[in-house]
Design a protein around this ligand. Structure first.
Ligand code: SAM
Length: 219
């Protein structure tokens, strides 16, 4: 994502009541943050937040947490929240590398990865959000029957992500190389900012849903 330096964005984020400022203190206690026992779904690399805000508005019985590394980007999401406040959504500004310090074992019921940065150089592969290194982190926080849903317009990243599934101990539940022409997988689809932009250019959108092999039979 191209970043414009928005002056004071870090300070504005620090003042925002939509951002959880001490996420490490809430490990194992996210139900208290929302004040209910609804499942927690997270989006990692949420950008300006359109996807997770539309999702949270559509599903009030799910608690949503949007995670974004950069204040300049997150600021836009907090501004949108100020116009349309959603009680079941909050944001965290952090690098997802530290996600295991923020969520306890099985505390998250679903993880969304949308249009993750491709990190095209081989030596940066472990920074890709669907890499085996990140899958191991997700394994440590996801409920046994939890799912990861990943969308991208980047064919190389999608091929890489598919190759990472099995060695990391995960199983493919569903996949498409043209989401917008796949009636079944498109049902209930919520567009992200990047998805809107790239699909309007005619680019196909790739998507997979994965779960963990060892919990296949509910074990
Ligand atoms: N998901 C949005 C969409 O589909 O429109 C934004 C996609 S943008 C290409 C990727 C976003 O992920 C950027 O805002 C970037 O800052 C964020 N990001 C990348 N790596 C991250 C990480 N390790 N932790 C948190 N956010 C990250």
């Amino acid at each position: 994502m191209r970043l414009r330096n928005v002056t004071g964005s870090r300070e504005m984020i620090a003042d925002s009541r939509f951002v959880v400022h001490d996420p490490f203190d809430h490990k194992g206690k996210w139900k208290e943050v929302f004040g209910n026992t609804n499942p927690v779904h997270i989006e990692i690399g949420m950008g300006k937040g359109r996807f997770i805000m539309d999702l949270a508005a559509a599903k009030p019985d799910v608690n949503y947490i949007g995670i974004e590394k950069y204040s300049t980007v997150l600021l836009r999401a907090t501004q949108k929240m100020a116009e349309n406040e959603l009680p079941n959504l909050c944001f965290i500004r952090m690098d997802a590398e530290d996600i295991c310090e923020v969520f306890d074992k099985e505390e998250v019921a679903k993880i969304y990865l949308n249009f993750s940065d491709p990190w095209p150089k081989d030596r940066h592969a472990k920074r890709r959000l669907p890499s085996r290194q990140f899958l191991a982190r997700y394994d440590a926080i996801l409920a046994k029957d939890g799912r990861i849903e990943f969308k991208t317009d980047n064919q190389e990243l999608f091929d890489f992500a598919l190759e990472e599934i099995e060695p990391a101990g995960w199983e493919l539940e569903a996949a498409t190389r043209d989401l917008h022409h796949d009636e079944k997988m498109m049902a209930g689809n919520i567009m992200t900012e990047y998805e809107e932009r790239f699909s309007s250019l005619g680019n196909p959108i790739y998507k997979y849903i994965i779960y963990r092999q060892q919990f296949e039979n509910g074990g």
